[in-house]
Design a protein around this ligand. Structure first.
Ligand code: SAM
Ligand code: SF4
Length: 329
């Protein structure tokens, strides 16, 4: 088990497959991109397959989410998904993607064993998309969403981050768009994880504001009293259901006490929290010949020291050195 000293057990593994991306969302990456991890430092598909096996068969991981950067840029993605899906007990598998290229890849990913996707969609306006993501690719994202649904990667979930005076007028339109197509929308509060340190508490769009805006157009009732468990999204039934919308108040409504996540970076570092300032290296020991049991022990030790909360709201909060684009969200 991957247990920490506060009684939480990590069962949900988030794996970043690359730190590269074909978008440059302003809340995530600077316009010029970042210094990418050198290829020799990345886990190979085989190394990753081994760590997935250790995580699932020795440490109780039951859910694996692949993320990035942009995970669809990782060449061996179908093989990696197939390797994860072949493990016993079979973990649930999911992918968080910006959706570009998903229309083309979705059938192969479903064939490889992928269960479902989260696609990031912050705006329905091409010009806003072009400013926000610094690339003119909205139609590719919308095609990707449709392709994922057609390939059965369902429920298709949509992640949206609202930024003040950029796309915060689109909450209702985004929800209508998703309701009409059967996608499950979740709004995520913007977090201080961008490489360029552009996050400001006083301008961030809060969960309360998002709910106010949605509440003006829809009847929202809490849906999650019994079901929420470790899920970060507070879920609401829309107009009596069955459709739902989620709000992830990472900053103003932290859910650290119920967190069941652990992260693995593309270069083989375990992070016990999105906001952790320390990482534990599995790649080095693995390349130096560590046994599965030794890797599992390092992984356990990494999770054991997880802090009780992310501390964003403490005056002493310091952003982690590794930006969101290299952790994966
Ligand atoms: N490129 C993929 C994508 O965009 O879905 C996967 C990686 S991305 C880092 C994962 C999620 O993190 C996306 O839904 C994105 O909107 C979200 N994200 C990125 N930076 C964020 C920030 N500063 N605050 C909140 N969410 C953020
Ligand atoms: Fe790329 Fe995802 Fe970051 Fe946007 S949020 S720049 S798509 S990694």
């Amino acid at each position: 088990m991957l247990a920490d000293s506060y009684g939480r057990v990590a069962t949900d593994l988030r794996v970043s497959l690359t730190d590269r991306c074909n978008l440059r969302c302003t809340y995530c990456m600077p316009a010029e991109g970042l210094e990418w991890l050198p290829k020799p430092e990345l886990l190979t598909d085989d190394e990753l397959g081994r760590l997935l096996r250790v995580g699932v068969t020795m440490l109780g991981i039951t859910e694996v989410r692949f993320t990035g950067g942009e995970p669809l840029l990782r060449k061996g993605l179908p093989g990696i998904i197939a390797a994860a899906s072949a493990l016993e007990p079979r973990p649930k598998t999911a992918l968080t993607t910006n959706g570009i290229g998903l229309a083309r890849f979705a059938p192969a990913l479903a064939e490889a064993g992928l269960d479902r996707v989260n696609v990031s969609l912050d705006t329905l306006k091409p010009d806003v998309f072009k400013d926000l993501a610094r690339r003119d690719r909205l139609s590719d994202v919308l095609d990707g969403l449709a392709g994922a649904a057609d390939a059965g990667l369902t429920p298709v979930k949509v992640n949206a981050v609202l930024m003040r005076d950029v796309n915060d007028d689109e909450a209702v339109d985004l929800l209508r768009y998703c309701l009409d197509r059967g996608y499950e929308l979740r709004f995520i509060e913007q977090m201080p994880l961008d490489a360029q340190h552009g996050w400001r508490r006083d301008t961030m769009v809060t969960a309360d504001e998002i709910l106010d805006r949605l509440g003006a157009a829809f009847d929202l009732r809490p849906a999650d009293d019994e079901e929420r468990g470790s899920a970060p999204a507070e879920t609401f039934l829309v107009d009596g259901g069955p459709h739902r919308v989620g709000v992830i108040g990472s900053v103003t409504r932290p859910f650290c006490g119920a967190c069941d996540r652990v992260r693995l970076t593309a270069d083989g570092q375990v992070r016990n929290c999105l906001f952790a300032r320390d990482e534990s290296d599995l790649r080095g020991p693995m390349r130096d010949g560590a046994s599965d049991e030794e890797l599992a022990e390092r992984w356990r030790a990494a999770v054991a020291t997880k802090l009780p909360g992310h501390g964003i709201n403490d005056p002493s909060f310091l952003q982690p050195a590794r930006p969101m684009s290299a952790i994966g969200g």
